[in-house]
Design a protein around this ligand. Structure first.
Ligand code: CA
Length: 220
């Protein structure tokens, strides 16, 4: 699981990120609102944790901008004030949960797990696209086994058919920000995926967009 954590209090952020890491939650951290929004618009995250009081842009403004673009990633708001007003404002603008500071990191982890599980209860754990079925739970493609990384990459492409997904977005989501310079990882996995798509005679193809990334194209 990978989350975005927007928090300007350095020591708090470091402590929280440390504990999340121990619980196998990968974290990209932004220290101000502008950087937070820039990252929040990438399709890389299972959950976004937003402090409300931030330099440059507030957590509420980020939340509004994210929801205005139709991004449905679960959002948990944090507020130092613990005021009811913040909580209401957050929830009214499409936040999924709210946590008042100070909080125990274990509580935050429980909330993250809860909001990430929620959509799985209402939506199918299968992705469909032009006769192709990716079983996310069992990691299979029309019955053919996929590795975890193959499934994660294909999931990103199938959620955005006919739209470009950049190599950086794939790297950040599947390998994490530390793998920034290993674009050939992505190329290798895309070639594996193309072979598997051929094997199941899929009516979709992964097209390379030079200098940018990939997109899933539908065939007739
Ligand atoms: Ca703050």
């Amino acid at each position: 699981m990978r989350i975005l954590y927007v928090e300007d209090e350095k020591f708090l952020a470091e402590a929280v990120i440390h504990v999340l890491g121990k619980n196998k939650i990968k974290v990209d951290h932004a220290e101000d609102g502008e950087e937070g929004l820039r990252l929040a618009l990438k399709p890389n995250y299972d959950c976004i944790v937003l402090d409300i009081m931030l330099p440059k842009m507030s957590g509420i403004e980020i939340l509004k901008a994210v929801r205005a673009r139709g991004i449905k990633t679960p959002v948990i708001m944090l507020s130092a004030l613990g005021e009811v007003e913040d909580k209401v404002k957050g929830l009214e603008n499409g936040a999924d949960d709210y946590l008042a500071k100070p909080f125990k990191t274990a509580e935050l982890i429980a909330r993250i797990n809860a909001v990430c599980r929620r959509p799985a209860l209402v939506t199918s754990e299968k992705l469909e696209c032009n006769g192709l079925t990716l079983d996310v739970t069992n990691r299979t493609l029309n019955g053919l086994a996929l590795t975890d990384k193959e499934a994660e990459i294909l999931m990103m492409l199938m959620k955005n058919p006919e739209l470009a997904v950049t190599k950086q977005q794939i790297l950040a989501h599947v390998w994490g920000a530390e793998a920034e310079f290993e674009e050939n990882y992505v190329e290798v996995y895309i070639s594996y995926l193309r072979k598997k798509l051929e094997k199941v005679r899929a009516k979709v193809a992964i097209k390379t967009i030079r200098g940018l990334g990939y997109k899933l194209c539908l065939k007739n």
